[in-house]
Design a binder for this molecule. Structure first.
Ligand code: NDP
Length: 485
């Protein structure tokens, strides 16, 4: 362990990497096979905790994207759209079971490529990814009960562009509902985290999924843009920054292609004076330091009732001193590495704006590793609603603390953001939870908990957090066309 926080010391408990077999280079996955594009440039993907090169992947260009879209179209028209729901369901169940069977290997691979603690990839990302496939496999032969008419059909070919914060889980959120509803997909993982998507391509082979139903093209934002603007697709499902989401929306304007956007957030986690404070502290930690704060629905703005702010901050700082920051593959680690140098730069710059604008910074005392990309769990107090750190998504382990006196003021401050993805309420009173929840402009509101996810529960936002829902019955609508006859 790199830091030895207060409390008793832990011996290192590193997860072995022997279970993972990473190729030195990967092609793209098209029509059921890995193909090596001849002219496409290659780029490296690194372990953010060590800066060690893990593999080289290909920067798919126009010919590769066109080949992937054509394969998806063929598979849709000739096989997948006419297959019965029960048959499609069998393949999706198979993928779910394979995710479970290979969970340990995939969790280690995810932590190596992304930097997230193995505890989280093992206990959150992988079980939830499998749960999404199981849940949607169950829907595949029951779509007439989805509330989309008697015989709803898929849209066709879905272009799916995902970010680096939950690489395999975001793949599951996108691919599982698309396949269940009879669509075929071309998926582009993020530039910095392509490896679990490529491992998923192997799972598709193992499951005997018909060729072309799932295609995976690697590359940076240029590949994403080529895919989103491709003529041959029927839908774009995007998760990422608001800026790129707006760009995609502009490029789809005037076309018949459908779009769902899951963008950023600046969620308020609201603590009332009657809240159980120790539990709230756990919820705050889970809200903003889970996954290094690389979470679109992170509780990055803490709104605390004025009368308890000092007490709460003492408890929160004490708790932060026990967080173990370091090797993502150590099973004791709570906070891992920042995903990339570029993201670290963004976090550092926003934290510096907090200093410059007069907020007070406190960071948990910990020794950060010399190599890799790291940022300590940090709290800013004396924050006002005008500060950049209260308005902009930091996407890192940085909490901005504001106060309020009355429930009305809490609502006003919580809604004072262009985003609207999530919110948290901590209070003993059920009536206050309902009163608050009906006034908060957020797609998900958690009460006395935070960052809970379930495939049956729709997730999505308002305003600059995007539109469309993922998960639950509502999530199916994003991939279905209504047919009443
Ligand atoms: P991006 O929006 O750039 O990345 C999301 C995905 O879109 C990636 O696969 C990316 O490829 C791809 N992409 C990038 N440009 C385009 C384009 N023009 N057309 C189509 N696809 C494109 O997010 P960043 O990684 O740059 O992160 C920037 C900030 O965005 C973060 O600091 C955070 O605030 C926010 N963010 C929010 C997320 C969320 O879940 N809401 C997730 C990720 C980021 P590539 O990675 O190869 O560039």
């Amino acid at each position: 362990m790199t830091n030895e926080p207060t409390g008793f010391p832990y011996a290192p408990a590193p997860e072995s990497t022997a279970i993972v077999d990473i190729s030195s280079s990967y092609g793209i996955f098209v029509d059921g096979a890995f193909v090596e594009p001849v002219d496409a440039p290659r780029f490296k993907t690194v372990n953010p905790a060590t800066e060690e090169v893990l593999s080289e992947v290909c920067q798919a260009g126009a010919p590769e994207v066109a080949a992937a879209v054509a394969a998806a179209r063929r598979a849709h028209d000739e096989v997948w759209s006419s297959m019965s729901g029960a048959e499609r369901g069998k393949y999706i169940y198979r993928l779910a079971r394979l995710l479970q069977e290979r969970a340990r290997e995939l969790a280690v691979l995810e932590s190596m490529d992304n930097g997230k603690p193995i505890r989280e990839s093992r206990d959150v990302d992988l079980p939830l990814a499998a749960a999404h496939f199981f849940y949607h496999a169950g829907w595949a032969d029951k779509l007439e009960h989805a509330g989309m008419g008697r015989d709803p059909r898929g849209l066709g070919v879905a272009a799916q562009i995902i970010p680096w914060n939950f690489p395999l889980l975001m793949l599951a959120w996108k691919v599982a509902p698309a396949l269940a509803t009879g669509n075929t997909v071309v998926l582009k993982p993020a530039e910095t985290t392509p490896l679990t998507a490529l491992a998923f391509a192997e799972l598709c082979q193992q499951a005997d999924l018909p060729p072309g139903v799932v295609n995976i093209v690697t590359g940076d934002g240029r590949t994403g843009q080529l895919l989103a603007e491709s003529e041959g697709i029927d839908k774009v499902a995007f998760t990422g920054s608001t800026e790129v989401g707006k760009q995609i929306q502009r490029s789809l304007a005037g076309t018949r292609r459908r779009l769902t956007l899951e963008l950023g957030g600046k969620a308020a986690n609201i603590i009332f004076d009657d809240a159980p404070l120790d539990e709230a502290v756990e919820g705050i930690v889970n809200g903003i330091y889970f996954n290094q704060g690389h979470v679109c629905c992170a509780g990055s703005r803490l709104l605390v009732q004025e009368s308890i702010v000092e007490d709460l901050l003492v408890r929160l700082r004490r708790r932060l001193q026990t967080l173990r920051v370091g090797d993502p593959l150590d099973k004791n680690t709570d906070v891992g590495a920042i995903n990339s140098a570029a993201q670290l730069e963004r976090i550092v710059a926003l934290a510096e704006s907090g200093d410059a604008e007069g907020a007070e910074r406190w960071s948990a005392p910990c020794t950060l590793p010399e190599r890799g990309f790291w940022f300590p769990p940090t709290i800013f107090t004396s924050v006002t609603t005008a500060h950049r750190i209260a308005r902009e998504e930091i996407f890192g382990p940085v909490l901005s603390v504001l106060t309020f006196r009355t429930p009305d003021e809490a609502v006003e401050k919580a809604n004072n953001t262009p985003y609207g993805l999530s919110a948290g309420i901590w209070t003993e009173k059920g009536s206050r939870i309902l009163w608050m929840a009906s006034r908060l402009r957020a797609g998900v509101v958690w009460a006395n908990t935070f960052n809970q996810f379930d495939p049956t529960s729709p997730f999505g936002g308002y305003g600059e957090s995007g539109f469309g829902r993922e998960g639950g019955r509502a999530g199916l609508a994003a991939y279905l066309q209504e047919r009443v006859n």
